[in-house]
Each structure stands twice: as structure tokens, then as C-alpha cells.
Write a new protein. Structure first.
Ligand SMILES: NC(=O)C1=CN([C@@H]2O[C@H](COP(=O)(O)OP(=O)(O)OC[C@H]3O[C@@H](n4cnc5c(N)ncnc54)[C@H](OP(=O)(O)O)[C@@H]3O)[C@@H](O)[C@H]2O)C=CC1
Ligand SMILES: Nc1nc(=O)c2c([nH]1)NC[C@@H]1CN(c3ccc(C(=O)N[C@@H](CCC(=O)O)C(=O)O)cc3)C=[N+]21
Length: 286
């Protein structure tokens, strides 16, 4: 039986510690969130974030965009938020309506306010494993914090990342690579037998594709560490991309869904938002 990687419990502790730090700092961080209200997942996530932010002393401003909004109009919203000194963090929730080029919008966020680290500058820092402080996307960063908390060693291990979005797969692979794992990435066009072959040999599997039961226990190595980023609703219940019942019998560690990666994403986003506010306060003093 696998040990549960309890993201819910760890995120609670992180948020309690963060609330103290925000209070001590005397700062008033504010996170602006640009989102598509027609997207169910986006609406849900915005609501969860808002409540969690309020609890740690971070203000939020949610900006809903219309479903026919243009990239230019969103770039203008971002430019105004960049110029507003009361806004210390900007999050553009993916996906925006199809009329918008998300990547162009991510890269328009001022790097010091880009709390999800999705712009070209911060992603370049991550991919280059550059020294210094910069924001990394909350989901993969949260996964790393969870693995570290359970003392899971990545050095020299074989990792497989399934999914290659800018939000999850690409930064996840970069973080694992920077931690000296050997990383294989899989996506829609990876031949099935190639994916299965990689999974059989993987010490660590991180999956986020958005397909319920995409990975099953018989496909993984005995003792593998399994991290499930997927969020699917099946018969009204939230489930991940890993078939939990069969996988937990073989894994050494496994994240549950809900209660694994999701809460870590939120706690990490709040940590990134506070770090950005702190850096802005420091640089305005100099
Ligand atoms: N828990 C959390 O905090 C978060 C959860 N999520 C969840 O994670 C999942 C992925 O999200 P996100 O990355 O934003 O989604 P995207 O739709 O942007 O990306 C999905 C990825 O899965 C790949 N994929 C799709 N089908 C297959 C397949 N059959 N075999 C292998 N790879 C496949 C796609 O490949 P290709 O690139 O070739 O199209 C793509 O890279 C969703 O369920 C989402 O709800 C997302 C963010 C945070
Ligand atoms: N720029 C950007 N950054 C993101 O990080 C981002 C995004 N866009 N777009 C949408 C996805 C989705 N996402 C989730 C975060 C937390 C939970 C979460 O906390 N889930 C809980 C509850 C789930 C439930 O019960 O419904 C859990 O897993 O326990 C879910 C989903 C972040 N995303």
C-alpha cells in the first residue's frame, strides 16, 4: 500500500505560515486574476483562490472577460494592471476564450508581477536553471514542494511527465531536470507502446492530461512515485488521471484527487504572490 502524499494537509500548514509572514511584513499584496467566466473549471478555481487568499491576508481582484474578447483587449487589461502600483501580482487563468492567444498575454505580464511564471522571461529563467529568484508555475512548483516534504529523492531518478502544456508539463519537466532527474515527456502524439515502455521503467510519474483513469496500476513499476495533476468530473465526482484503486497497490507514494496537487497549487500561488509583493517593496526602496 502506498503512502498518501497529502497535499491538503501540507497546504494548510503552508497557508498558516504564510498568513503570519504577510502580517509581519505589513504589506498589502493584491492579486489580479483575469479569467473566462464561461469556463466551469476557471470559475471554480477563481472562487477557491479568492477564499484562500482572503484567509492569508492577500486581496484579490477578479476580471472576467467576454467570450468574444480579442487578444488586443486583454493585452490592454494586462498593461493597465502592470501600471497599477496597488496590484502586486497578475494571474491570467488558462484557458481564455478561443479568440485570445494565451501565450502572448502571459508574456505581456510584467515579469515581477507574473506570479504564475508563465511569461517568456520567467520560463526562460526556469528552462535555463538560472540563479536568482523568479516565479515558477504554481502547479509544478507545488508538486516539487510536496515531493520534498516527503523526502522523495529525484537525483538520478527516471521521471516521466505526461502532458506538455505551458501551465504544467513543460515547467514540470524543467523542474525535474533541474533537480537532476532524467526526464521523458509524453503527449498526444507519443506512440502508445512508447508511453507504456517509459511508464514501466519510471521511478516517478507525473500526469496531467485531463482523461480519467488514463494510467492504471498494471502500467507502472513496483514502488513508483505517482503524482496526479488531472482534474476530471465523473458522475459528479472529482477524479484524477490515475486509476487510484489499482495504482495505490503498486506505488510507494501517490497523490489523491481531490486533496493532492490541487491544494498545493493554490498554496503555491499565494506564496508566489507574497514573494512578488515583497520584491516590489524592496526594489521601490532602492
Ligand atoms: N491540480 C491542479 O492544480 C491543476 C490541474 N490541472 C488539470 O490537469 C489536466 C491538464 O491540464 P492542462 O495542462 O492545463 O491541459 P491542456 O489541455 O493544456 O494539456 C493537456 C496535455 O495532455 C496531452 N494529452 C492529451 N491527450 C493525451 C493522450 N491521449 N496521451 C498523452 N497525452 C495527451 C496534450 O498533448 P498535446 O500537447 O499533444 O495536445 C497536452 O499536452 C486537466 O485535467 C486540468 O484540469 C491543470 C492545472 C492545474
Ligand atoms: N494560469 C493558470 N494557473 C493555474 O494554476 C490554473 C489555470 N491557469 N487554469 C485552471 C487550472 C486548474 N487549477 C486548479 C487549481 C486547484 C484546484 C484544487 O484545489 N482542487 C481541489 C478541489 C477539487 C474539487 O473537489 O473539485 C483538490 O484537488 O483537492 C483545481 C484546479 C489551476 N489552474
Amino acid at each position: 500500500m502506498a503512502t498518501i502524499l497529502d497535499g491538503k494537509a501540507l497546504s494548510k500548514d503552508l497557508k498558516i505560515a504564510l498568513a503570519d509572514k504577510v502580517k509581519e511584513s505589513g504589506l498589502s499584496p493584491k492579486l489580479a486574476v483575469v479569467f473566462d467566466p464561461k469556463n466551469d473549471g476557471s470559475r471554480l478555481y477563481v472562487g477557491m483562490k479568492q477564499r484562500a487568499a482572503a484567509k492569508v491576508g492577500i486581496a484579490t481582484e477578479d476580471i472576467a472577460v467576454a467570450d468574444d474578447v480579442t487578444t488586443e483587449a486583454v493585452l490592454k487589461i494586462v498593461a493597465d494592471l502592470n501600471a497599477d502600483p496597488s496590484v502586486t501580482g497578475i494571474l491570467v487563468q488558462a484557458p481564455l476564450p478561443k479568440t485570445v492567444n494565451d501565450q502572448q498575454v502571459f508574456s505581456a505580464i510584467a515579469p515581477e508581477k507574473d506570479v504564475d511564471g508563465l511569461g517568456a522571461f520567467n520560463q526562460g529563467m526556469l528552462f535555463g536553471d538560472q540563479p536568482g529568484e523568479y516565479a515558477v508555475a504554481a502547479t509544478p512548483q507545488g508538486v516539487m514542494t510536496l515531493l520534498r516534504h516527503y523526502d522523495i529523492d529525484l537525483h538520478g531518478k527516471k521521471a516521466v511527465v505526461v502532458g506538455r502544456s505551458q501551465l504544467f508539463g513543460r515547467p514540470m519537466a524543467a523542474l525535474l531536470n533541474n533537480a537532476n532527474a532524467t526526464v521523458t515527456m509524453a503527449h498526444r502524439y507519443t506512440p502508445r507502446e512508447m508511453l507504456l515502455d517509459s511508464l514501466q521503467n519510471a521511478d516517478i510519474v507525473v500526469v496531467g492530461v485531463g482523461i480519467a483513469n488514463f494510467i492504471t496500476g498494471d502500467q507502472i513499476k513496483d514502488g513508483a512515485v505517482l503524482v496526479d495533476v488531472g482534474m476530471n468530473v465523473v458522475d459528479g465526482k472529482t477524479t484524477g488521471d490515475i486509476e487510484f484503486a489499482s495504482a495505490e497497490k503498486k506505488a510507494s507514494f501517490i497523490t489523491p484527487v481531490p486533496g493532492g496537487v490541487g491544494p498545493m497549487t493554490i498554496a503555491t500561488l499565494l506564496e508566489n504572490t507574497f514573494a512578488a509583493a515583497l520584491n516590489q517593496a524592496k526594489s521601490s526602496k532602492n
